[in-house]
Design a protein around this ligand. Structure first.
Ligand SMILES: CCCCCCCCCCCCC[C@@H](O)CC(=O)SCCNC(=O)CCNC(=O)[C@H](O)C(C)(C)COP(=O)(O)OP(=O)(O)OC[C@H]1O[C@@H](n2cnc3c(N)ncnc32)[C@H](O)[C@@H]1OP(=O)(O)O
Length: 238
């Protein structure tokens, strides 16, 4: 990521250059949940499950799926002209456009992957995982430098809320596109007689951060007290 930014001088296209690696490792992070479930790793399946599933959701159902749309910047009113067909307007539609008049529009391709918020959570996840896996590796080698231990149980204090902000802002940026296209949604009538609206599903996911994120954060604060300050903490069962 650093190399990309230094070479190109922009974050645009960064996601594309790292997406294969990201998808591979983030999907295989599911093994972390399996490891907790079968008892290889002594930690909560629930906490790990929420952590991993939220990231997998971000990778596959947001950044991978919401590929692109067009952003229109409309300025000048042209009397008698019509709105071109096939135009995907999912950004702010000026009030005149709604009345069916064409304005002078400049269109530009807009990818959710190029949102600054995506880069924000990618950077945060990356720093977190470099620290976390260094911690695991050195622990296994029985030579854990204090700085790594300190970083593992301190960085999250800032990184967790910043990562969550990046994730929520990305979902928020995706909402207009999801609403406009009706992607992943099922409308009635259909042969299953079931309706599903991905737009509202995303809003529910965003709201679910309110009760779930504090649980993860408090878990990490407890771990911090245990590992760095040697406090004995009795955790409730899942
Ligand atoms: C269907 C859609 C669902 C959507 C849900 C929406 C709700 C979302 C709300 C939640 C939002 C989360 C957002 C999140 O994605 C944002 C970020 O991540 S931002 C970046 C900051 N993040 C962090 O800092 C992550 C913190 N989390 C963790 O560190 C872990 O993932 C955690 C699951 C919390 C577990 O940590 P914990 O300290 O409890 O246990 P460990 O697993 O680290 O360690 C237990 C012992 O096992 C040893 N261990 C573990 N793994 C390994 C390994 N791979 N190799 C070797 N050893 C390992 C570890 O050393 C411990 O050993 P010991 O007890 O002997 O010390």
């Amino acid at each position: 990521m650093a190399r990309f930014y230094m070479q190109k001088g922009t974050h645009k296209g960064l996601y594309r250059s790292i997406q294969k690696t990201l998808k591979f490792f983030q999907t295989f992070a599911l093994l972390e949940v399996v490891h907790c479930a079968v008892g290889i790793v002594r930690t909560s399946v629930l906490v790990t499950g929420v952590q991993v599933s939220s990231r997998i959701f971000m990778v596959w159902f947001i950044t991978h799926s919401i590929k692109q749309g067009m952003k229109f910047l409309c300025t000048k009113y042209i009397p008698g002209a019509f709105q071109p067909s096939g135009m995907e307007v999912y950004y702010k539609i000026p009030s005149l456009l709604k009345k069916g008049k064409l304005l002078a529009c400049n269109s530009s391709s807009q990818k959710i992957q190029n949102e600054e918020s995506v880069i924000l959570f990618l950077v945060v996840w990356t720093v977190t995982e470099i620290t976390r896996y260094s911690f695991y590796t050195f622990s296994l080698l029985n030579h854990l430098p204090y700085f790594i231990k300190w970083a593992r149980y301190n960085f999250f204090i800032i990184l967790y809320p910043v990562g969550v902000a990046g994730e929520l802002l990305t979902i928020y940026a995706a909402l207009p596109y999801v609403k406009k296209t009706g992607m992943f949604s099922l409308r009635l009538p259909n042969k299953y007689n079931v309706s599903f609206d991905y737009y509202y599903f995303l809003i529910i996911i965003m709201l679910s951060y309110i009760p779930l994120f504090p649980q993860l954060y408090l878990h990490m604060l407890r771990q911090r007290r245990k590992v760095l300050h040697g406090e004995v903490i009795i955790e409730k069962d899942d």
